[in-house]
Ligand binder design. Sequence first.
Ligand SMILES: Cc1cc2nc3c(=O)[nH]c(=O)nc-3n(C[C@H](O)[C@H](O)[C@H](O)COP(=O)(O)OP(=O)(O)OC[C@H]3O[C@@H](n4cnc5c(N)ncnc54)[C@H](O)[C@@H]3O)c2cc1C
Length: 528
Amino acid sequence: MDEVDIVVVGGGSGGAAVAGRLAADKGLRVALIEAGGANTDWRIRAPGMMPFIPDASNWRFETVPQAGLNGRRGYQPRGRGLGGSSAINAMLYIRGSAWDYDNWAAMGCHGWSYADVLPVFRRAEDNARGEDRFHGVGGPLAVSDQHSANPGSLAFVEAAASLQLARNPDFNGAQLDGVGVYQVTQKGGERWSAARAYVEPRRDRIDIRTGALVERILIEDGRAAGVQFAQGGARRTIRARGAVIVAGGAFGSPQTLMLSGIGPAGHLRDHGIAVVRDRQAVGGALQDHIDYVAGYETAGAPFIGQTLRGTLSTLGAMFQWFRSRSGPFTTPYAESGGFARTRPDLPAPDVQFHFVPALLEDHGRTKVKGHGFSCHVCVLRPHSRGTVRLASSDAAAAPLIDPAFLSDARDVETLLAGVKLMRRILEARPLADYGGRDRHMAGVHDDAAMVEIIRDRADTVYHPVGTCRMGADPDSVVDPRLRVREVEGLYVADASIMPALVSGNTNAPTIMIGERCADFVKADLAQR
Ligand SMILES: Cc1cc2nc3c(=O)[nH]c(=O)nc-3n(C[C@H](O)[C@H](O)[C@H](O)COP(=O)(O)OP(=O)(O)OC[C@H]3O[C@@H](n4cnc5c(N)ncnc54)[C@H](O)[C@@H]3O)c2cc1C
C-alpha cells in the first residue's frame, strides 16, 4: 500500500500552493490527488482562450433554484485538473482590502490580520513591477501588467474618473478604492495558474495522481490516516504518516468531509453515512459575490465581436500570441474595473466593477452577434448565507449548491446602488462616445423595475467561500491554524475556510491560505 507523509486532496489554488511549499522540504514526501487532468492544453495557457476552455477542465456545477433570482438555477463553473479554478479563471490579481483581514482577526481568527497576511502575499508573489512595501519579487506566483488593454477598457477608467472616482494604479497597494486596469497572473503572456507556480517546479518531488477522485478520508482512532480514491475504474488508498490536507474548493471540501462522516449528523444519516463527528458548520455559511452584468451594443471597433471583421481581428490576435506571446490575445477579458462604496460610512468598498470589451450573456455561454461592451458589478460583502449539501453518498455526484443569492434585502439594496453607479459610468464620456445602447435596462429608472431585471439576470462572479469556515469558536470547522476540529492530522487549505468573503477576487487570497497551511503543518509536524 502507498504511504507518504502528506496527502493533499485537490490541486487547485490552495492545494497547489500547500503541496508545492511542503514538497520544498526535502524531508517530506507529498502526494497530490486531483480528480481532473494535468491541464497542460494550450487552451489553458493562452489567456484569450478563456471562453474556450476544454470541458474536461470545468466541473460546470449548477445551483439549486434560487428564489432570489426569480427561481433560476445559477451557473457555477469550477476548475477541474491541476491548477483548479486558477486554470480557468480570469487571472485578475486582487487580494481584497486590508480591512477584510483585520475583520477576520476581529472575528477571532488570531494571526490573520492584514499585518499577518501581507508578508505571505509578498513571499508568494513575483510582481513584474518590482518590490515595494506591498509587493514581492522572486515568489512562485507571476503577476504582471496588461500591455494590450482594449481602448474601450481604458475609456471605462476615464469615464469613472470623470465622475470623481479615484484612479488607482495598484489595487493591492495602500488602498482598494478607485478604478484602473487590473494586474494579472501571467508570465511571458501565458496564464500562470497555481499549478504552474507551485507544482510544475516541484514535479520531481510530488507524487501527482491525476484522474483520481477522492471518495473519503480514512479516519482511524480520531486521526486522518489517508484517503480512499477512485482512479481508472479501480479503488485505491494512500496513507499519510503526517497529515491529510483537504483542498477541494468551496464545494469539493465540504463534500469530501461529509462523505467521510464529518458534517451535520442528521444530514449524513439521511444519506446512510456513518457519523464520525457531528459538525453542523460543515457546508454552511456559503457566501458568494452576486453580480449583475450590463451589456451595451456599439457599432463596432474597438470592441471584440462576432462579425466577420471581429473574427478576423481575433484570428490575427491569436497568431500574434502564437508568434510572440503578446498582443490582444493576452486579454483577461475583464481588463479594467475597480472598487467603490455605495455609502460613505462603510469600512471598505462594497461593490466591484469588471469591464469587459465584448458583449457577454449568460457567462459567455450564449454567443451574441455584433460588437459592444459589458460591465459587471458585484456585492463584495454579501449578507446572504447558503449551504452545500450532499445530493448522494456517491463522490462522483455533484453536491447541492444553494448560495441563497439575494435572500438578504441588504444585498439587493447594495446591488441596486451598484448598478445605478455603474450605469452612470457607462453613460459618461469618453465611454459614451462609442454610442453604446443598453441591451437590458434602457429607459428603466424605477427601482422596483430595476430590481426585477437584476433578479432575472444576476448570478455569481465566481467567488464561493465559507463552507469550512475558520473560527476561534468551537462550532467552526477549522481553527485558525486550519486544523479540522476534533480530528487529528486533518487540515483544510482552500477558499472554503474564509470566515467572511474578501472584498475582491479570491485566487490570490486562496494561494495565501495554502502558503499559510504549509507553515502550520510543518510547525505541527516538527512538534510531534
Ligand atoms: C470562471 C472563473 C473566473 C474567476 N476569475 C478570477 C480572477 O480573475 N481572479 C481571482 O482572483 N479569482 C478568480 N476566480 C476565483 C478563483 O479562481 C478561486 O476562488 C480559486 O481558484 C479557488 O481555489 P480553491 O483552491 O479553493 O479551489 P479550486 O482552485 O477550485 O481547486 C479545487 C480542486 O480540487 C479538485 N477536487 C475537488 N474535489 C475533489 C475530489 N473529491 N478528489 C480530488 N480532487 C478534487 C478540483 O478538481 C480542483 O482542481 C475565478 C473563478 C472562476 C471559476
